[in-house]
Write a protein that binds this ligand. Structure first.
Ligand code: UD1
Length: 369
């Protein structure tokens, strides 16, 4: 039995690591990196820090338009799947590489397992929402992180026996490395004492529109007047944020993208996080750090109902910060009972069981025939 895992960009790596580990030695595994992210700081450093095996193949696809990037991943993966003849292709999250892999596998009649299936923002202007919906329609095994995702998939007509509520493998990775998130070291490195905020912004809806980005930059500088702000900048949007006036000062520290443990050490010590990232909403929820998500919606509502997350408009940020800064600091990480259900560090083994069970079923043999 052979699996091909397809990864491509920064948020994939902490999701794939526990799945590869839990399946190690139980089935043949091929790890593909599409090369969607190619900066060492978005890719290499995660493999090193998370102890991921070297990818067996790197397609070196790189950046491009959505169509160009997706097409390049598809062309590369078609050759890989034809050569390796996997029994199952495992895809992660909602990036262009995820969609590309699911499309190629489906056309070659190779079954697909989607890790982090069923999340919905119901906002089709987000490229990730398009990727999530299409990937789920093409998947045979839907591995979900939260109960709301089960409901979405059921309403979209996915048969119940294909859906498995397994918890969140990215949180397995977080809990595994928790002892390395050294808040004191992060403070020393970045010259921080007392309260500070961490901000991350890279969504097209926030950084591509000049009016939106200017409004956000003003909000960030205003927040920094109250509490020093640290901003690790994703390459996407860096120029636009800086053109819109984001600048370093005694209260604003602008950093390159950070390695996994350095970033989460900073988050762990922060008074609050301001973000538009999906993964950071989840990580903040488990670390017990208040999270203000600068988006009109989230595909991860469990981080609001069972976590620390709140959606805010730019105008709402000052009052939300007042409220958050006045609260006593909650335990970090949040105790198990205050986290989303099954975000307990054991999602990888559950995913492995679901995959191995699937591979042994007549359904899998039929799908693959
Ligand atoms: C991708 C995912 C997004 C995820 C994010 C995490 C899609 C549609 N989006 O967005 O869901 O939240 O990764 O980081 O797949 N770039 C570099 N170096 C790199 C990679 C990208 O400089 O290694 C720059 C390039 O200017 C590139 C731009 O970022 O054009 C966009 O890269 P791309 O991979 O298309 O999407 P991300 O914005 O990184």
């Amino acid at each position: 039995r052979k699996l091909v895992h397809v990864t491509g960009a920064r948020p994939n790596f902490p999701k794939a690591a526990p799945v590869l580990e839990a399946l190690h030695g139980r089935v043949e595994q091929v790890l593909v990196h599409t090369g969607q992210h190619y900066d060492d700081r978005l890719s290499r450093v995660f493999f090193d820090e998370l102890g991921l095996p070297e990818p067996d193949l790197d397609l070196g696809v790189g950046s491009g338009s959505h169509a160009g990037q997706t097409a390049a991943v598809m062309t590369g993966l078609e050759k890989v799947f034809l050569e390796h003849e996997p029994d199952l292709v495992v895809v992660y999250g909602d990036i262009n590489s995820t969609l590309a892999a699911a499309l190629v596998a489906a056309k070659l009649l190779v079954p697909v397992a989607h890790v982090e299936a069923g999340l919905r923002s119901f906002d089709m202007t987000m490229p990730e929402e398009v990727n999530r919906r299409v990937t789920d329609q093409l998947s045979d095994l839907l591995l979900v992180t939260s109960a709301d995702a089960v409901g979405h998939l059921a309403r979209e007509g996915v048969p119940a026996d294909r859906i498995h509520f397994v918890g969140n493998p990215m949180i397995d990775t977080l809990l595994k490395h928790l002892d390395r998130f050294d808040e004191a070291a992060a403070r020393a490195t970045h010259g921080l004492d007392g309260d500070y905020l961490v901000a991350t912004l890279h969504r097209p809806s926030n950084v591509d529109d000049p009016a939106a980005v200017e409004r956000l930059v003003a909000v960030l500088h205003r927040a920094a007047e109250r509490v020093p702000l640290v901003v690790p900048l994703h390459p996407r949007g860096r120029d636009r944020l800086q053109k819109a006036g984001l600048h370093a000062s005694s209260a604003v520290k602008i950093l390159d993208p950070l390695p996994y443990t350095s970033f989460l050490a900073l988050v762990r010590g922060a008074s609050a996080v301001l973000t538009d990232s999906g993964g950071v909403q989840e990580e903040a929820a488990v670390l017990g750090v208040p999270c203000l998500t600068m988006r009109p919606n989230t595909e991860r509502p469990v981080t609001i109902t069972h976590g620390t997350n709140r959606l805010v408009t730019p105008d709402e940020v000052p009052a939300a910060l007042d409220e958050v800064l006045a609260r006593p600091r909650a335990p970090r990480p949040a105790p198990l009972g205050q986290r989303p259900p099954l975000w307990d560090g054991a999602a990888g083994p559950r995913i492995a069981e679901a995959i191995l069970t699937y591979l042994g079923t007549p359904q899998a043999l039929r799908d693959h025939a």
